[in-house]
Design a protein around this ligand. Structure first.
Ligand SMILES: [Zn+2]
Ligand SMILES: [Zn+2]
Length: 267
């Protein structure tokens, strides 16, 4: 069973489950998790599966016990390259929370041609990952993957999704279409927020792979925080995010989310 998490901030798209019946959905305006099962066939490491549920490898990312280093591979559709500022924000966020003494690297890898889709299902996103991903967890290094796409998620207003234990997608065209205008946040602020929010799901937030110490999971939006100003608030993934970003600042984790990560060997 796999779960996919989808996050969207500006416009939200949603993902659905494809294989299994379990569709955990997180929506901001629209968020979703998907569950599915299948082996990637491309795992190259010692029994490390990259097709486990979202949040199931949280401890591997947070702790230095099994992995001392993190590499994040990013493939992007031509014309939709994420901003360097957003990647820097993601790296800063992860360095503050993960115990990775050998370092955290972000590799802006392949520029890929447009798949030509107006919308994507989570299965289609995964098919693209299988086609383009070439960094996997092995030895002391755990790997994560972001696919930056044109087009939109099959569900409206989703900005991003996390769909396996190390896999995420950013719907950059939706981000661009909902930023930069009057009354809208900048694309960079939105990109940073969605990248960090999705990675928060990979880290098991909230109560989805990393146990919650205090009750702060939003009962109306699974795996999200009930603190409106928190990075893990559900609306961060959707177009509703706009309001949260009007100050121009990327949301941060609230104390309860940080407490959860620390209790699961993070910092
Ligand atoms: Zn979310
Ligand atoms: Zn929180």
């Amino acid at each position: 069973m796999l779960k996919l998490l989808i996050l969207a901030s500006l416009s939200t798209l949603i993902i659905m489950q494809i294989f299994t019946n379990r569709l955990a959905v997180l929506l901001l305006g629209v968020l979703i998790f998907t569950a599915c099962t299948e082996n990637s066939g491309s795992d190259s490491s010692h029994s490390f599966s990259h097709t486990q549920g979202v949040g199931s490898s949280a401890n591997g990312f947070l702790s230095s016990t099994d992995f001392t280093q993190l590499i994040i591979e990013i493939d992007y559709v031509k014309g939709f390259k994420p901003s360097q500022n957003a990647l820097d924000d993601l790296k800063t966020f992860l360095n503050a929370r993960l115990n990775k003494p050998s370092g955290i690297s972000i590799i802006l890898d392949d520029e890929i041609p447009s798949p030509g889709n107006t919308t994507f299902t989570s299965q289609q996103v995964y098919e693209l990952e299988k086609q383009h991903r070439n960094t996997f967890s092995m030895k002391n290094t755990i790997a994560a993957y972001f696919l930056v796409l044109d087009g939109a998620y099959e569900q409206e207003n989703v900005l991003g999704i996390a769909y396996f234990n190390t896999s995420m997608a950013l719907f950059e065209e939706v981000v661009q279409n909902n930023t930069g205008g009057f009354g809208q946040p900048t694309a960079t602020t939105a990109e940073s927020s969605v990248l960090m929010h999705e990675f928060g799901h990979i880290l098991g937030l909230v109560n989805n792979g990393t146990d919650q110490i205090q009750d702060h999971e939003d009962m109306s939006h699974e795996a999200h925080c009930d603190v409106e100003s928190c990075l893990m608030y559900y609306a961060i993934q959707t177009t509703d995010l706009m309001q949260n970003l009007m100050g121009g600042n990327v949301p941060t984790l609230d104390e309860q989310c940080i407490q959860d990560l620390k209790a699961n060997s993070g910092k």
